[in-house]
Design a protein around this ligand. Structure first.
Ligand code: SF4
Length: 385
């Protein structure tokens, strides 16, 4: 395409977006063409971001818990996993898990994000016990736990249905599910990255079932490895289709691949320009997902701040004890203070709002930061510019 054709094609897309018409596979692939100015893609995504979420940017106060890194699978992009007998392998004890809950409470956390490896020798009951133990001792903290890959493993272990596993986990205290394990859905790519773990059908089916029983979930895409623009857009469209059916996804998180210590360490980490383009295109394609998150741990703080003008309206949380991306070479801090996360949002020209996991406003006691209550849904208090 020459530059006039590019301008004309982009204008067509802008008209569609402005009139809230849905973008197609071809539109998405076109937006990934480096000849389409990133700035213009970003401006269009920002228009949608402000139409949907005003001028605010959300964050939460959260901690991570990875109960084990021992894993039966060997995903090529994973630097976190360990073999059973590798000295790097660990399994957290009940005391260590409870200590994490205590630390979270003392720091005013509203959420624990719990994911980990699929341990060869740990039965389903151990994973359930973690949820039950934390619920019993720290009932106020929302447990966002187990990716669809883990739920699929629990199905295999228990020989029960997805619905049974999810209901049983919910009875133990599960509050919602994170969006990991999606990677790239298209088999041309998925088979190269992680051919043995939960396939695309299983991932989508688990999230569909979660939505049907009233559990909210998140969704992700791991980009910047062996996939092409077509695979990314195909991935987004599969998520958009499921969201049309259930409406259960709360937020989409594009995850930038970190190659260090993985079996794909010869691949270069995606550039900040690719990060921003992917953020913007995700916002434009996923017209039915309310929030897009710039996960600062993966993007780096500066890119995450910029992403707040490229479609993102959420920056994740303060985060404590992040291991998965730091094992893969992330150089971001392992935790941000509440003041610094507020400041980085304000510096980006947005109004910081603390939310809980299911996007309700958090109200904190002015005299005791660790005391908080979840209030109204964030959308109900949104003022559009
Ligand atoms: S990505 Fe998850 S399932 Fe794959 S090897 Fe790593 S810990 Fe295991």
């Amino acid at each position: 395409m020459n530059s006039q054709e590019i301008t004309a094609r982009f204008r067509e897309i802008r008209d569609k977006v402005e009139s809230e018409e849905r973008l197609s596979l071809d539109d998405g692939i076109f937006l990934y063409d480096p000849a389409v100015p990133l700035q213009e893609v970003g401006e269009l995504a920002n228009f949608v971001r402000e139409r949907k979420n005003g001028n605010v940017a959300y964050f939460n106060i959260n901690t991570h818990l990875n109960p084990t890194n021992v894993c039966v699978y060997r995903c090529r992009f994973c630097a976190f996993r360990s073999d059973l007998r590798d000295p790097k392998g660990y399994v957290m004890s009940d005391e260590q898990i409870l200590a994490r809950g205590q630390e979270a409470t003392e720091n005013g956390c509203t959420e624990m994000h719990i994911v980990g490896g699929l341990h060869h020798q740990k039965p389903y009951e151990w994973y359930r016990h973690i949820i039950e133990l934390l619920t019993e001792h720290y009932p106020k903290i929302h447990l966002k736990a187990w990716t669809a890959v883990e739920i699929n493993w629990f199905e295999f272990q228990t020989k029960k249905s997805i619905e049974w596993v999810l209901q049983d986990m919910r009875d133990a205290g599960l509050g919602s599910m994170p969006g990991g394990g999606a990677e790239i859905f298209h088999p041309e790519v998925r088979d190269q990255l992680c051919e043995h773990k939960a396939n695309t059908h299983a991932w989508l089916d688990i999230h569909r079932t979660a939505h049907e029983i009233g559990l909210r979930t998140n969704c992700t895409m791991l980009y910047g490895h062996v996939e092409k623009a077509f695979h990314r857009i195909d991935h987004l469209l599969r998520l958009r289709d499921l969201q049309d059916q259930t409406g259960g996804f709360q937020v989409f998180i594009p995850l930038a691949f970190h190659p260090e210590n993985t079996k794909l360490s010869d691949i270069k980490k995606p550039s900040a320009l690719m990060d921003l383009r992917t953020m913007a295109i995700s916002r434009l394609m996923l017209d039915n997902v309310q929030h897009i998150k710039a996960y600062w741990i993966m993007l780096g703080i500066e890119t995450a701040q910029t992403a707040l003008a490229y479609g993102a309206d959420d920056i994740d949380g303060t985060v404590r004890h992040e291991l998965i991306y730091h094992d893969a070479g992330a150089t971001t801090p392992e935790c941000l203070t509440v003041d610094s996360i507020r400041q980085l949002i304000t510096e980006a020209g947005r109004e910081p709002i603390e939310r809980d996991t299911v996007y309700r406003r958090i109200h904190r006691d002015e005299n005791d930061f660790t005391q908080w209550e979840s209030g109204e849904s964030v959308e109900s208090s949104l003022i559009h510019p």
